[in-house]
Design a protein around this ligand. Structure first.
Ligand SMILES: [Zn+2]
Length: 93
């Protein structure tokens, strides 16, 4: 199966890696803004400090899980809207 970079469309398989199910080329990968482990550890500690003051606050993991869930819901909602417009355009043409 041939994959091409979701960002730039390059399809040279030597340049492509799969990141969480998405094909990304070596040139585009650095622009994804992926956090280094140190950055993630700092965020974990920062959230833990806030929870010392407000125990109801989420852990970093809980917040990331929540954000992913919201992101997916927004993506699905926007996609349904676009698919509906696309379908209506076919019907109205
Ligand atoms: Zn690319």
């Amino acid at each position: 199966m041939s994959k091409c970079c979701f960002e730039c469309g390059i399809s040279n398989t030597k340049e492509i890696s799969v990141v969480y199910g998405y094909a990304v080329c070596n040139a585009c990968k650095p622009h994804l803004g992926l956090y280094k482990d140190d950055t993630i550890r700092k965020a974990v500690k920062s959230y833990a400090r806030k929870r010392e003051l407000v125990p109801e606050n989420p852990t970093y993991k809980e917040d990331v899980d929540y954000r992913l869930k919201i992101l997916e819901e927004r993506y699905i909602k926007a996609r349904i809207k676009m698919l509906h417009i696309q379908a209506r355009l076919k019907e109205l043409a």
